[in-house]
Design a protein around this ligand. Structure first.
Ligand code: HAM
Length: 430
């Protein structure tokens, strides 16, 4: 029987692993330079945790199982609920605000499609314990800082920013009841993925009058903050607009506003968002969101903790990788690791080369050799393929004279050095 990998999962051969490491190393580096500390959580959580506040879409996509004690568990589809659980557990001892990042392996039983798999990696950055809009701006800034680090420019990507508070206030002003808001968010979040008439049809079924549905669509298509006031206005809307303009101001001061624009059509699929929300898209490409996030001030309370404000972002590796490939940013930046020494051996040299390899490795140098003791030219070709900086050549003559020959693989220059001094680390090739 030929065994295939599970649908929606990936094998990482060394070349794919190099891409994954490039992406994850960048996420970690950018998190640290923006002041975030790393945390992690288990891959299994109680199923109920995701049924509380993640929203129907996530619940439908859960990989769940029963343990031997009959407990319902799930492979985590996102880490935000685990983060809320962890922070709640130590709420009194953790100095706030908390700025944490994580790169979990996540599972969602999605229909596999371009940029969406069933197993993926997701960079998370979150700030917990402040309701300052500056924290939302910092999450957006850090996201852009990574996009820039990866080589993407304002011509390539756009950060679309809106506010769940604004959307809720507008919907309520149009007569949508509080209890229907979550279902409305789930529907409105699908707008960009549906044909306009199909979306309109679904919306009319929910709001049951054409005038309201037209107003909602007009709102969602607004790309200018000042236009909103013409659709609806009350204190809650004013407050949400004030937060949005403050955020714009901070992003401008931090020098990244050329990546950002207001877009009232950004809703976010997850149920727990309460304030500023954003998503990043590739410009001119039919790709799903590169990442998304926003403020979620009630999640810790919903999980039995105190009321603690929070904001954050999640970025998967799949759409990002597609985009970096399309923009030819991967090959340029992923370098094959260099090998300090390749040891080529030929003739009756016995175990002497092994001593050199062992010594080099234990001194902290990277060193490798060929299992096939073929021709010298064959071994030199292997040294090049392994990106060796130097090739140590050991033949019978070298052993007799107690010397080693070292070829600099870049310049092609060869030097002969006394073996003992080289082995004692007293002398190195020039
Ligand atoms: P999300 O919008 O569900 O948010 O996912 C965020 C990102 O994860 C997406 O934009 C995408 O890059 C990636 N992603 C989601 N599903 C898949 C999939 N099936 N395959 C590949 N990539 C995927 C959240 O998960 C929130 N917990 C983010 C957050 C953190 N909000 C606040 N803090």
């Amino acid at each position: 029987m030929k065994i295939q990998p599970v649908k929606g999962t990936r094998d990482f051969y060394p070349s794919e692993m190099a891409v994954r490491n490039f992406i994850i190393d960048g996420w970690k580096k950018v998190s640290i330079r923006n002041g975030f500390e790393e945390y992690d959580s288990p891959i299994l959580e109680h199923l109920a945790m995701f049924q509380i506040k993640s929203g129907d879409e996530i619940v439908e996509q859960l990989f769940s199982l029963k343990d031997r004690g009959g407990r319902d568990l799930a492979l985590i589809p996102e880490i935000t609920p685990s983060l809320a659980r962890m922070v709640n557990q130590r709420i009194n001892s953790l100095p706030k605000p908390i700025k944490w990042f994580s790169v979990p392996r996540l599972f969602r039983a999605e229909r596999p499609q371009k940029g969406r798999l069933r197993e993926f990696f997701q960079w998370n950055i979150d700030i917990i314990g402040t309701d300052d809009v500056l924290a939302d701006s910092e999450i957006i800034f850090t996201t852009i800082d990574y996009l820039k680090y990866a080589g993407l420019k304002p011509d390539d990507v756009v950060v679309k920013i809106s506010s769940r508070k604004l959307l809720a206030a507008v919907l309520k002003s149009l007569g949508i009841a509080d209890k229907d808001l979550d279902a409305m968010y789930a529907l409105l979040d699908k707008k960009a993925r549906l044909k306009l008439d199909a979306f309109e049809q679904l919306l009319i079924e929910k709001v049951s009058d054409k005038k309201t549905s037209a107003k909602i669509i007009r709102f969602m298509e607004t790309k200018n903050i000042s236009e909103i006031k013409k659709i609806a206005l009350n204190d809650e809307i004013e407050q949400a607009l004030y937060e949005l303009t403050t955020n714009q101001h901070y992003l401008n001061e931090m020098g990244v506003s050329d990546f950002c624009r207001f877009d009232a059509g950004i809703v976010r699929g997850l149920a727990y968002y309460t304030g500023i929300v954003f998503e990043v898209y590739a410009k001119g490409e039919q790709l799903r969101a590169i990442c998304g996030g926003g403020r979620y001030d009630n999640l810790l309370k919903d999980f039995g903790g105190p009321e603690v404000p929070a904001t954050g972002m999640g970025m998967g590796d799949c759409v990002l990788e597609i985009l970096l490939r399309e923009k030819a940013l991967l090959d340029k930046q992923i370098k094959k690791p260099e090998l300090d020494y390749f040891v080529a051996r030929f003739g009756a040299v016995g175990e002497e080369p092994l001593k050199i390899i062992g010594k080099m490795r234990s001194m902290g140098y990277s060193a490798n050799f060929s299992y096939k003791m073929g021709s010298l030219s064959g071994q030199l070709a292997e040294a090049s393929a392994q990106n060796a900086k130097n090739c140590i050549i050991i033949g019978e003559e070298e052993i007799q004279k107690n010397e080693i020959t070292i070829k600099n693989m870049q310049t092609g220059k060869q030097q002969t050095l006394p073996m003992d001094k080289f082995m004692d680390g007293l002398i190195r090739p020039k």
